[in-house]
Design a protein around this ligand. Structure first.
Ligand SMILES: N[C@@H](CCC(=O)N[C@@H](CS)C(=O)NCC(=O)O)C(=O)O
Length: 210
């Protein structure tokens, strides 16, 4: 399988983690979101993913699956063990809540295209930084209240962590103050010791610039 990915893309990081946890090897194809106006906006990549976003996974049949959640669900159903979701129905919903909160209500507000639109409307970098910090902080207040007191988000590593760690990477990149989020920081410290997160981390990607 081929994974179209960018090293510091949080959506790509989620999928890289799911692949690493499940021990599924893929060929990584780097799509640089910055260089030359963004390779994701060029016809060659739009032919693969008409939405012009990463990640995209080309599966063995040559079909392409886009959207990190759809890709992760495909992987979970195709390679069920180790599982990203627990057996208990309510516990599964708890993981999906965090995934949706981050994937739908935090990350889209600081995506490359959204930030460039703010700049295009005349906002300076101070405004952009404040905008990012506002949405990540607001979302993390809810995440902090929802996750548990021990281990990963809900004890064993799972889907919620696949979303939280990339979002934390973005928060640190944008210098968001995380001092008010001890549960989130506990999960981060634990996850950074986990081999699948180490494999998936932006710093471990071959397309990371020197
Ligand atoms: N909902 C999508 C989001 C994909 C997405 O927006 N990816 C970002 C990188 S994290 C991207 O390609 N951004 C390009 C842009 O905003 O122009 C998913 O979960 O896969």
């Amino acid at each position: 399988m081929d994974l179209y990915t960018y090293y510091r893309s949080t959506s790509s990081y989620r999928v890289r983690f799911a692949l690493a946890l499940k021990g599924v090897a893929v060929d990584a194809i780097a799509v640089n979101l910055i260089r030359d106006g963004g390779e994701h906006r060029k016809p060659g990549y739009l032919a693969i993913n008409p939405q012009g976003r990463v990640p995209a996974l080309k599966v063995e049949q040559g079909e392409v699956v886009i959207q990190s959640m759809a890709i992760i669900e495909y992987l979970e159903e195709r390679f069920p063990h180790p599982a990203l979701l627990p057996d208990d129905l309510l516990a599964r919903a708890r993981h999906r809540e965090i995934a949706a909160l981050i994937g739908c209500d935090i990350h889209p507000l600081h995506n490359v295209a959204v930030l460039n639109r703010l700049r295009g409307l005349g906002h300076d970098e101070g405004d952009v930084t404040a905008w990012i910090g506002h949405w990540i902080t607001e979302g993390f207040v809810a995440v902090e209240a929802l996750i548990g007191d021990e281990g990963f988000c809900f004890g064993e590593v799972g889907l919620a962590d696949a979303y939280l760690l990339p979002q934390l990477y973005a928060a640190r990149r944008f210098n968001v103050d995380l001092s008010g989020f001890p549960r989130i920081c506990r999960v981060e410290a634990l996850a950074l010791q986990h081999p699948a997160f180490q494999t998936a981390h932006p710093d471990a990607q071959s397309d990371k610039p020197e």
